[in-house]
Design a protein around this ligand. Structure first.
Ligand SMILES: [Fe+2]
Length: 485
C-alpha cells in the first residue's frame, strides 16, 4: 500500500499525479490557429512510489512526459512515464529502490551500479527520437508519437559516457545536436565530453576535457564557432554524500569560470575566463563576432536553488536569488583570463529563458522568460524581453495560478525572428486543474489567445519543446500503428 509522506515535497501542488492516459480533443477557450501542426512536449517529475528514505526533494520524481498534439485547430493530450531502468526496476519490486537525489550511497543494495536517472528534466527531439533526459544518466529514447520508451540510447555505441546532458542544443545551420556529458568518468569527477551528432545519428565531433572543479554543469552556450561551459560553484563532494547532505550545495567563496572550447578545435585549444562568485544556471543564447563571444544567462547575486543549500550554512537569501538576463562578454584574443564585461540586459526578474531557436548561435533580439514572483502576494508572469532595448512586455497570471517554462513556436518555417506563439503550462493551485496557454509571442502582455484546458492536475514541470508535424510524421516508431492522417 503506497503511503506518500505528508511533507512539503509531496502535498498540495507537489502531490504526485501518477496518471498516464489520453484525452482527445481538449476543451479550448479562445482560438487555436488551424494551421498550427505539431506537438508540444514537456516533462514533470512525478514520483511513482513513496520515497525510499521517507522524504525527498520535489524534483527527484520519475519523468512523466506530456504531449499536446496540435492539428486542425484542435489539441489532443497524452501523458506517459518514461520507462527508465529505475522506473522498471521499481515497478517490478512494487516500491522505491533508489534513495536520495544523486546519492547512490542511499540506494537499496539490489540496484547498486544501475543507472539512477529519472529522465525528468527535458523532453527533446532529434534524429527521429524523442529523448527523455536527466543529466546523471544516458539519454532515454522514446517514440514521439506514442510516447513508448525504446530505452537507454548510446547512438549505436558511439557515446559511451554514463551521463548525457538534459540541455542539448540544435545548430540551426546543420541540424546537428550539440551536447555534452559531465561527471563523465563517474560521480563527482571533473571530466566532461562535448559531442556533435548529425540528424542521421552520426557522431562528428568528440572532445574530452576537464573543468577546474566539480559543479552542476546543467546547461551550456553554443555559438557558430564555440561551445561555452559556465562553471558555477553548485558543487559537491564524497563527504557530503557520506554525511547524507543534499548532493549539491552552493559555495559563495568560489569563483565562476567560462570554459570556451573552439568547435573546430581540441581540448588544448580551450581558454578559460574567470569572474567573481555569482549564480547562473540556464542559458538564453550565445553568439560570437570573430573572437568576441557573447553569452546571455539569467544571473543572480546568490543561490537560486533553496533545495541545494549554502555549503557554509548561510540561510537562503530570497532577494539575492532574483535573476536578470545578463550578457557576459569574453574575447578569445585576450590573455587577461577575465571577462570583458557583464552587462544586465533587462530589469525583468525571471528564469527559464527561451528564444526563437532558429536563431540559436546567432545574434538575436527576442527572448521569453518565466517571471519570478518576488515577495508576498506576487503573481507568476511571462515576460518577453527585447534584448536590443531592454524593454519587457509582461503578462501576469491570476491569483492562485502558477506558470511554467515558456516555449516558442515559429509561425512558419521562414517567419521573421520572434513571430509565432508561446505555449506555457498554467497550474491552478485552488481547483486542481491546469491549462496550456497559447500566446501571440509578440503580444504576451495582451494575455493568452487560447487556454487549452487539461482536465487533470499537472505537477510542476521542467523543460519542453515544440516538434513540427512534418518531423513527427518521420519520427521513429516503436510499434507499427496507424498514423493519424
Ligand atoms: Fe534546466
Amino acid at each position: 500500500m503506497a503511503k506518500f509522506p505528508n511533507s512539503p515535497s509531496f502535498t498540495g501542488v507537489f502531490e504526485p499525479i501518477r496518471i498516464e492516459g489520453d484525452v482527445t480533443d481538449l476543451d479550448i477557450e479562445g482560438e487555436v490557429p488551424a494551421d498550427l501542426d505539431g506537438a508540444f512536449f514537456r516533462v514533470q517529475p512525478d514520483p511513482k512510489h513513496p520515497p525510499l528514505l521517507g522524504d525527498d526533494i520535489a524534483f527527484n520524481g520519475d519523468g512523466m512526459i506530456a504531449q499536446f498534439r496540435f492539428k486542425d485547430g484542435r489539441v489532443d493530450f497524452k501523458q506517459r512515464y518514461v520507462r527508465t531502468d529505475k522506473f522498471n526496476l521499481e515497478e517490478k519490486a512494487g516500491r522505491a529502490l533508489f534513495g536520495a537525489y544523486r546519492n547512490p550511497l542511499t540506494d537499496d543494495p539490489s540496484v547498486k551500479g544501475r543507472y539512477r536517472g529519472t529522465a525528468n528534466t527535458n523532453a527533446f527531439f532529434h534524429g527521429g527520437y524523442l529523448f527523455g533526459l536527466k543529466e546523471d544518466s544516458p539519454a532515454v529514447a522514446m517514440d514521439a508519437n506514442s510516447l513508448e520508451t525504446f530505452g537507454y540510447h548510446d547512438f549505436d555505441g558511439q557515446i559511451t559516457s554514463p551521463t548525457f546532458t538534459a540541455h542539448p542544443k540544435i545548430d540551426p545551420e546543420t541540424g546537428d545536436m550539440c551536447c555534452f556529458s559531465y561527471a563523465s568518468k563517474g560521480l563527482l569527477t571533473r571530466d566532461m565530453v562535448y559531442w556533435e551528432i548529425t540528424p542521421e545519428g552520426k557522431k562528428t565531433r568528440e572532445v574530452a576535457f576537464e573543468i577546474p572543479y566539480y559543479a552542476m554543469m546543467h546547461d551550456f552556450g553554443l555559438t557558430r564557432d564555440y561551445a561555452l561551459f559556465h562553471v558555477v560553484p553548485i558543487t559537491s563532494s564524497w563527504e557530503r554524500l557520506q554525511a547524507g547532505l543534499p548532493h549539491f550545495g552552493f559555495d559563495t567563496t568560489m569563483p565562476v569560470h567560462l570554459v570556451v572550447l573552439p568547435r573546430g578545435g581540441d581540448a588544448k585549444d580551450i581558454k578559460m575566463f574567470t569572474a567573481p562568485n555569482l549564480f547562473a544556471s540556464h542559458v538564453m543564447n550565445a553568439f560570437n563576432d570573430g573572437t568576441k563571444i557573447y553569452f546571455d544567462t539569467p544571473e543572480a547575486k546568490n543561490n537560486m536553488f533553496p533545495f541545494f543549500p549554502d555549503i557554509h550554512g548561510a540561510p537562503f537569501n530570497g532577494p539575492e536569488s532574483a535573476s536578470h538576463l545578463t550578457r557576459w562578454t569574453v574575447d578569445m584574443d585576450s590573455n587577461s583570463g577575465e571577462f570583458e564585461s557583464r552587462e544586465r540586459l533587462s530589469e525583468f526578474v525571471g528564469e527559464f529563458p527561451r528564444m526563437d531557436e532558429r536563431y540559436n548561435t546567432e545574434a538575436y533580439r527576442h527572448g521569453w522568460m518565466l517571471g519570478m514572483g518576488m515577495g508576498p502576494g506576487s503573481r507568476a508572469s511571462l515576460g518577453h524581453v527585447d534584448t536590443s532595448t531592454g524593454q519587457a512586455k509582461v503578462w501576469q497570471a491570476g491569483a492562485n495560478r502558477a506558470l511554467q517554462e515558456p516555449c516558442f513556436i515559429p509561425k512558419s518555417k521562414d517567419a521573421p525572428e520572434g513571430e509565432g506563439y508561446i505555449v506555457q503550462i498554467q497550474q491552478h493551485q485552488d481547483d486542481g486543474k491546469s491549462d496550456l496557454l497559447l500566446f501571440d509571442a509578440q503580444h504576451v502582455d495582451e494575455g493568452p489567445m487560447a487556454a487549452i484546458h487539461v482536465p487533470l492536475r499537472m505537477r510542476f514541470g521542467l523543460h519542453g519543446n515544440w516538434v513540427p508535424g512534418e518531423e513527427l510524421a518521420k519520427a521513429r516508431r516503436k510499434t507499427t500503428q496507424a498514423v493519424a492522417a
